[in-house]
Design a binder for this molecule. Structure first.
Ligand code: GRG
Length: 304
């Protein structure tokens, strides 16, 4: 679908980033879990530690590095605030009152293992915990409270009704309806795009990026946010639930997708165009970040 970035091994890069993200998540849980009633600890741990690509933290740290900073434990601690919001959203998304899924990341969903009420409650704890996580990490990175406040604000804005939650509402209300291209873009810019965009913005803010770099990273993020969803729809239409490790499919839920709207070939072309837009945004602001260039391609070429 889209060419690989020469001389950059994205698979090796992801394999290297993964353990640093897992360790930061463990550090966050070591602080958080003992503060909770026992009955909520296992659903929360399962929701956060059940794997996944860890794309949001990886993008956050890649943006931080693209702004000339060196990744440290505190940078990964910041990045996992995004994964905590993502984990809560998946825990809720899989509940019977939403997508009613029993498989996610190749494993049983938390509510099927630990109960609906326990999972719903445990997931909610992750929202304020993510804000505290981001705040503490910003200060540990040497940023002042003005920047830390801006980071926490961006995180909550992306997670809220103007972002992910608002997109989820549009998604649920759009079931069994045929959405237009503009409606589908608006839905996914919020549901999936807002948090992905926030991942880069937070990394850049914490790095003290100048306006021009911040703007370029934001444009890059808008493009890959949508490209991610187009690729997700292509995978949903072409791979089995066993290969993807999740269910049910969008078709089974009566959802409009980029594939139902454009067909496989045209949706693939759109994903390619969005990757090109993302790369161009970096080039225009002279952001030389091989990892981000390669991640844009990975997002549309991934197999899960
Ligand atoms: C109150 C209406 C209301 C909603 C609560 C449930 C919810 C908030 C939001 C759902 C948002 C959601 C499920 C977005 C899905 C985004 C998405 C494409 C997830 C899959 O992301 P990957 O592929 O997953 O990065 P992994 O498993 O790799 O982490």
């Amino acid at each position: 679908m889209n060419g690989v970035v020469r001389d950059f091994d994205v698979e090796a890069f992801l394999a290297e980033q993964g353990p640093a993200v897992e360790e930061a998540l463990e550090r966050a849980l070591v602080t958080l879990l003992p503060t909770l009633p026992e009955v909520l600890r296992e659903p929360l741990r399962h929701g956060v530690m059940s794997g996944g690509k860890r794309l949001r933290p990886i993008l956050c740290v890649a943006a931080y590095e693209a702004c000339g900073r060196e990744a440290s434990d505190a940078a990964y601690d910041l990045s996992v605030s995004l994964e905590m919001i993502h984990a809560y959203s998946l825990m809720h998304d899989d509940l019977p009152c939403m997508d009613d899924a029993d498989l996610r990341r190749g494993t049983a969903t938390p509510h099927t293992l630990f109960g609906e009420a326990e999972t719903a409650r445990a997931a909610l704890i992750l929202i304020p915990a993510a804000s505290r996580q981001a705040w503490g990490a910003c200060l540990a990175l040497g940023r002042d409270e003005v920047v830390a406040r801006q980071v926490v604000l961006e995180l909550n804005r992306a997670a809220g009704s103007g972002g992910m939650v608002g997109g989820q509402v549009l998604d649920l209300f759009g079931e069994d309806q045929t959405l237009t291209a503009d409606e589908l873009d608006a839905l996914h810019r919020r549901k999936t795009g807002a948090l992905l965009t926030c991942s880069l913005v937070v990394g850049a803010l914490a790095a003290g990026a100048e306006e021009r770099t911040l703007g370029a990273l934001e444009r890059y993020a808008h493009a890959i946010g949508l490209a991610f969803q187009v690729a997700d729809d292509l995978l949903d239409a072409t791979a089995s639930s066993g290969d993807l490790g999740k269910n049910p499919s969008d078709a089974a839920l009566g959802k409009s997708t980029y594939v139902s709207l454009y067909g496989l070939e045209e949706a693939g072309r759109r994903a390619g165009q969005l990757v090109a837009e993302a790369r161009q945004a970096l080039g225009e602001a002279d952001v030389h970040a091989a990892a981000l260039q390669a991640l844009a391609s990975y997002i549309v070429n991934r197999k899960r």
